[in-house]
Design a protein around this ligand. Structure first.
Ligand code: ATP
Ligand code: MG
Ligand code: MG
Length: 391
């Protein structure tokens, strides 16, 4: 066999061409990896950076099969893909990392919860609901507020709705499209902090964890990520052991993000897992020796995993969310970027999405620095509309 010229000659196919796909392409370009992307949008964020961009639906069997012919390994940057087709492709010898079974379990948040409860992972209580009587019973047993979630196609909290009392149930169920869309209920968890652990697993099965981070959500959307988490060591160890156990119950290589709740009494419960790079790991591009994106590529290609530890004492990531639709939103984002460019240790990421919409993730800023308090104060200067920048 001819020797490999460079790092790897395997063509990597990524289902999805959003910002996560874009950052995978950025990481891959350092090693001259060939990354091809599949996304319905011609000008999706990854399209201008990938080796080849294929316009097609990652949820359509035929498009996925055609796409797979170009690839030596298939992976995802979104879990809402045609997992049944991926399972068929695996049977034909196509390599999917992580495994199609993992994507199938995770893409349905209810089946994900059933899977993790069968593996003794601590979770908020949950139950499937399919009519008004069953959701009322859930309300009686779990109490209020009651979290109602769509089983499928959920992201950025779209698919979640909270009922404050029994009388709200019919309208909240309606707001999620009704029972026929597939709903389940979770007990409300009054967490003190939300945490995330990114776990990388190689094709050989070895795992490495990134430092535990704190995630702060606003209106159900990730807003700020702080690294490392400012929590007792005991809570860190617990978070890491639950994250490792959760990922250990799933098959395949790659990075996985484990979203967790830390409660007042020091318990850690799993919220959900993403089988791919994640918003809570954007900071790793600037703050860790090997970013989650490079790590994902190394893992799926069967290369040795890199060092996930922090190379800077502290980092904070701020999502640039659309503040308004259209031109007004672009203007506000540009003002924020202008301030960010003057902040020491700040790196601006702009995803180049063609359309600006309110609450849409348009970019992010990561600020690294010598301590948590310094990066936090740099972030507050960045957010002050009329501020002079503190150095
Ligand atoms: P993502 O964009 O992370 O995929 P998602 O749409 O799948 O989000 P979840 O992660 O289920 O949504 O929930 C979004 C946020 O809502 C959580 O990060 C948390 O802040 C809050 N939340 C979710 N479940 C609960 C719960 N059982 N109790 C209290 N708050 C919750
Ligand atoms: Mg989710
Ligand atoms: Mg989530």
């Amino acid at each position: 066999m001819a020797a490999i010229h460079g790092v790897s000659e395997t063509t990597i196919g990524v289902l999805g061409g959003g910002q996560l796909g874009r950052m995978l392409c950025q990481a891959g370009s350092k090693m001259a990896l060939k990354i091809v992307t599949l996304d319905p949008m011609e000008n999706s964020p990854a399209s201008s950076l990938s080796y080849q961009h294929v316009v097609g639906n990652f949820n359509d069997g035929q498009s996925v099969c055609e796409f797979a012919k170009r690839c030596g390994v298939l992976t995802v940057e979104i879990e809402h893909v045609d997992a049944i087709t991926l399972e068929k492709l695996e049977q034909q010898g196509i390599v999917c990392q992580p495994k199609a079974s993992t994507i199938r379990i995770i893409q349905d948040k209810y089946s994900q919860k059933v899977h993790f409860s069968q593996h003794d992972i601590p979770l908020p209580d949950f139950v499937e609901i399919d009519n008004l009587a069953s959701v009322e019973r859930a309300g009686e047993s779990f109490g209020y507020p009651l979290m109602i979630k769509s089983k499928r196609l959920a992201y950025d909290g779209r698919g979640n709705a909270v009922a404050q009392r029994k009388d709200d149930l019919p309208s909240v169920v309606n707001s999620l499209g009704g029972f026929e869309h597939g709903l389940y209920v979770e007990k409300w968890t009054p967490f003190v902090k939300e945490l995330s652990v990114i776990v990388a697993r190689s094709r050989g099965g070895s795992t490495l964890c990134y430092p535990v981070v704190e995630t702060v959500h606003k209106d159900n959307i990730c807003h700020v990520v702080e690294a490392p988490a400012d929590i007792p060591d005991k809570a860190k160890k617990l978070a890491i052991s639950i994250a490792q156990k959760a990922v250990g119950s799933l098959e395949g290589a790659g990075v996985f993000a484990v979203e967790l709740f830390l409660t007042q009494d020091g318990k850690v419960l799993l919220n959900e897992v993403a089988p791919r790079p994640h918003n809570s790991g954007h900071h790793t591009i600037e703050s860790c020796y090997t970013s989650q994106y490079e790590q994902h590529l190394r893992a799926i290609l069967g290369l040795p995993l890199g060092d996930p530890s922090l190379k800077t004492p502290a980092a904070i990531m701020y999502n640039i969310l659309g503040e308004a639709d259209g031109e007004e939103g672009f203007k506000l984002a540009n003002e924020l970027i202008g301030r960010a460019l003057n902040i020491p240790g700040a790196t601006v990421h702009w995803y180049d999405k063609p359309e600006m919409r309110k609450q849409r993730k348009m970019g992010h800023v990561t600020i690294v620095g010598p301590s948590k308090s310094v990066v936090k104060s740099r972030l507050s200067s960045m957010l002050q509309k009329d501020a002079t920048v503190e150095k």
